[in-house]
Design a binder for this molecule. Structure first.
Ligand code: FES
Length: 106
């Protein structure tokens, strides 16, 4: 079993460190929900709802698909670092990645 460290910048300005497994086929949205972040994820990870929106502040991940980019285009607070966390595989996320949760429910 191998884990990566992921740092979440919280709304209050603090940073929380998480350890997520890379060998369970999880995506980042599932890992964040498992850590009690109130991500709605109403589409279940199909890149259709946009509620799992994050900013990937540091680190790299698998590149976004056309479907993900199309959905990000529709979000009012989308920016340069925006990603849909359901489309990021933990196995492709760099260790030490830093992110901010932007989606609805937060
Ligand atoms: S969970 Fe709906 S777009 Fe990611």
């Amino acid at each position: 079993m191998s884990d990566i460290q992921v740092f979440v910048e919280e709304a209050d300005g603090s940073t929380t460190e998480h350890s997520f497994p890379t060998d369970m086929g999880l995506n980042l949205m599932e890992a964040l929900k498992g850590s009690e972040y109130p991500i709605l994820a109403t589409c279940g990870g199909m890149a259709l709802c946009g509620t799992c929106h994050i900013a990937l502040l540091e680190g790299t991940a698998n590149p976004p698909s056309d479907e993900e980019l199309d959905m990000l285009d529709t979000l009012f607070n989308s920016g340069e670092n925006s990603r849909l966390s359901c489309q990021i595989r933990l196995s492709a996320l760099s260790n030490g990645a830093r992110l901010q949760i932007l989606g609805e429910g937060n």
